[in-house]
Each structure stands twice: as C-alpha cells, then as structure tokens.
Design a binder for this molecule. Structure first.
Ligand SMILES: Nc1nc2c(ncn2[C@@H]2O[C@H](COP(=O)(O)OP(=O)(O)O)[C@@H](O)[C@H]2O)c(=O)[nH]1
Ligand SMILES: [Mg+2]
Length: 441
C-alpha cells in the first residue's frame, strides 16, 4: 500500500499521472490548493496538491523504486509501514487505534498511528461505504420526498428501539381515535336529544363546551356527572321575578295573539283580591274587538278602563292615575317584523316610563323565532318575561335557550285560556325537573 502526493497544475494532469503509476484502483484521499514560491505568502504560483492511496498489485514490482523514493523527501511518497514507524517515533504519546484518512493527509508531518495495512484499508472501505450511504440518504431526502410519512419510516432509518417506540405511539393514537369516534357517536346522540327537545344551537354549543372534559359513553343518560353539569346549566338560565312585588306602571308587550290581554286579565284577577286600587289602560285601539275584550274583563273585575289614542294621551292618563297601586297597560299586537310599528310602540312606552315592561313570548315558538322576536322587541328594553301557552308545548328546550339568550327574569307562565286560573308561578325545580326528564329519561 502506498500514499503519494502529487503537486500539479490541473486535476487532469494529476489523473494522468495517477493512472500511469497506479492504474484505475487508486483512491484520491485529498486535494487542496497550495502556493509555491513568492515572498512571505505574497505572489507565488498556484498548484493543486493531490494525495493518493493505492493497494494495487501493479505497485509490487515497483516496490524497490518506491522504497528508495521514500528517502527523497521532495518526492513525497511513503509506504504505509514507513509511515507507521515514522509516526510512532515522532508522536509516541498518541495512542489512537485508527486514523481517519483526513488525519493522514492533512497532517502528513504528524500522521496518526495505524496498526496494519489491512486495518487501514478496512477503515477506508468503511468510510467510503458510509459516505455513499449518506449520499443516497441525502438524495432520497431532497429529491424523492420532501417529508417523511410516518408509516414509511422503516427500522433501517430510525433504529430498532425508536421503531418499537413509534409503533407503540401509533397504537396509542389509533386507540385514542377509536375512543374519540365512539364518544363522538354518543356526544352526537346527546346533541340530537337536545335538538329534539328544541334547544337552540347556541345553547347546545355552550353546553358541549362546558362538558368537554366528560367522557360521553353509551350510558350518558345515567351519567351523574353529566346530569349535574346539565342541571347546573339550566338552573343558571332561570332567574325568577317575584310576582307579588310587582306594582306601579306595568306594560304588556309582545306579538299579536301571544296572550297579552288575557294574561293582563289573569294578573289583575290575582291583584284585585289583595290591592285596593287597580286601573286598566289600553293603547290597543286598532281593533274594536280588542278594546271590547278588555272592557269585559274590567267590568267583571270592577276595574276602571282608560283608552288612549296618542302617546301624549297615554302620558296624561297615566300621570292622573298616581293614586292607583297598580296600573296595567295593554298594548296593540304589533308585528315584530314592522319597524315602524315597533318605533311607534316605543314612543308610547317611553312617554310613561313604566316600572315593568313585560315581554310575553309564546312557549310554542321555536327557539330561533323566539330570539328573532326578542331582538325586535329589544328596542323597548323589556325587563321581565312571561311564557304563554305552555299547555301547547311538548318540549322545554326552547324556553331554556330563550332564557339564556334574553337573560330576562321570568315572572310566570300561562297554561290555558281560563281567566284567572291558567296563570302559574312555578319555582326553578319545576322547570329543571321537566328538562331533566325530557333529556335523560
Ligand atoms: N292555549 C292557550 N291559549 C291562550 C293562552 N293565553 C291566551 N290564549 C289565547 O290566545 C288568544 C289570543 O289571546 P289575546 O290575549 O287576545 O292575545 P293578544 O293579542 O296578545 O292580546 C286567545 O284566544 C286566548 O284565549 C294560554 O296560555 N294557552
Ligand atoms: Mg290584546
């Protein structure tokens, strides 16, 4: 085995010389640019220094020539054996078992200790294999794939321990996905149950976000944690206003046919027994029948009725009734879709500054309808609520959804046409138990 340095002008000149001397099997270990001549590094000519290693048999017959050449320092050719002995005497402190070929070439004045030709050759071969593998990997990485697919990462790329870990991870992710899918089925079931019971989309979404830490499984209807959370949420929606405390100027608002006049009469009937002075006022002058309807109730209950046609009229009338405990004011059934009518209603209402502005909402509307109605009536800023026609509903979800949306305190409910019987003031538990039964049973 031989290592030889050539100082040449071009690489092709070096190749020519190498081929001529060693044939095709020589290894080029290193090439570097060097300067020769000049003065203190300034000037001089540029050369190429090429270091070559060869184990070619072709060299055997030239051994003697090479050996003698070794003695000529400027010829720069050494046998490996010579190199080893030279090295061990020059640097006996170094005990590296093997030297990399870069050490051999770059530190030719201090070559590293090498045990044998075979070992050195083996080292060179291994280095070559390694570089070729690195080239292939780099090529695959940059040219064939921009990113690795987790399933295509093989043992050879990541090592066996990592591969086992990765498989475990994949299994865990699969398992988690399955669990999520199953829980999604039951979560979906819960959502559908809520939709079936007329809960609004907003209500369902907010409930789901509040229970996301709970595992929803096939037994969700029996799940106490879920029940507790649901119960808490619907309880929080309900704020009750104390009916008995109501007095002063009380206005009844809401769409046509919701039950304003009937409910006013029902409430009046309850007040009449315990309050000395009650009066009725109506601004519902659009329909003669509407005035007649209230007149009948007024007559039955022995309560005075005042009919007002303008906001000014209303203002003066209400001011004249200051000595009445309670003044119940009926309004026309305005269409919540007609902004002009809503604006007109607002002018009437603002003229008297009521103590209570009751919004009446029919319980048999769907949650979105209820919300639309509330949005339209918000112009008059209702401050309390009555659900009418509860006797006509089969679900309760729309009530909780509306309570949550409007945030209005609830005075009571009406559950039929009978005056005064069909007016009720249920407590929270009544509403909650209805909802719980509906959803969980
Ligand atoms: N089923 C049922 N019908 C009611 C209820 N409240 C009112 N009504 C009826 O709804 C209709 C309209 O009521 P009304 O008071 O005139 O509504 P207004 O236009 O808002 O004044 C009447 O036939 C009432 O008897 C209730 O709670 N349940
Ligand atoms: Mg009416």
């Amino acid at each position: 085995m031989l290592i030889k340095k050539y100082t040449v002008k071009t690489i092709s000149e070096a190749m020519e010389k190498i081929r001529e001397e060693f044939g095709e099997d020589a290894y080029i270990l290193d090439t570097r640019k060097v300067k020769k001549g000049g003065f203190f590094g300034i000037g001089g000519e540029k050369y190429l220094e090429v270091t070559v290693l060869s184990d070619n048999k072709k060299q055997d017959h030239k051994k003697d020539v090479q050996k003698s050449a070794l003695k000529m320092e400027n010829f720069n050719t050494y046998t490996l054996k010579d190199l080893i002995s030279k090295n061990s005497t020059k640097d006996s402190n170094r005990n590296d078992q093997f030297a990399s070929f870069s050490n051999l070439t770059k530190e030719t004045t201090r070559p590293t200790k090498i045990e044998s030709n075979a070992e050195f050759l083996k080292l060179v071969e291994e280095n070559r294999k390694l570089s070729s593998q690195m080239d292939k990997d780099a090529d695959a990485f940059y040219n064939k794939k921009s990113s690795y697919d987790i399933d295509q990462i093989t043992d050879s790329k990541i090592g066996i321990t990592d591969s086992i870990k990765l498989n475990e991870l994949k299994k865990a992710v699969d398992k988690l996905n399955k669990k999520l899918e199953i829980s999604n089925i039951y979560l979906q079931e819960l959502k559908e149950e809520l939709y079936k019971n007329s809960y609004s989309k907003d209500f369902i979404d907010s409930l789901i976000s509040e229970i996301e830490d709970l595992p929803i499984n096939e037994n969700w209807r029996k799940d106490e944690n879920l029940k507790v959370k649901f119960e808490r949420k619907i309880s929080e929606c309900i704020k009750l206003a104390n009916f008995k405390e109501m007095k002063g100027k009380i206005v009844f608002t809401g769409p046509t046919g919701v039950g304003k006049t009937t409910t006013l009469a029902k409430i009046a009937a309850k007040f009449v027994r315990e309050r000395s002075k009650i009066a009725f006022v109506t601004i519902d002058t659009y329909r003669i029948a509407a005035t007649d309807q209230l007149k009948i109730y007024a007559d039955i209950l022995g309560v005075p009725l005042f009919i007002c046609y303008t906001p000014q009229d209303l203002k003066i009338t209400v001011e004249s009734l200051l000595n009445y405990d309670t003044v119940l004011i009926d309004t026309a059934g305005r269409s919540h879709k007609n902004n002009l009518q809503m604006g007109e209603l607002k002018i009437f209402i603002d003229s008297i500054k009521p103590d209570y502005k009751i919004m009446l909402v029919s319980a048999n509307s769907n949650p979105q309808e209820m919300i639309n109605i509330f949005d339209s009536f918000s112009i008059i800023q209702p401050n309390c609520l009555i659900f009418t026609k509860i006797d006509e509903v089969t679900t309760f979800g729309q009530l909780f959804s509306f309570l949550e949306y409007s945030n209005l305190p609830l005075i009571g409910i009406t559950d039929g046409q009978r005056v005064p019987e069909d007016l009720k003031f249920p407590d929270k538990e009544w509403f909650v138990s209805k909802a719980m039964r509906e959803v969980f049973e």
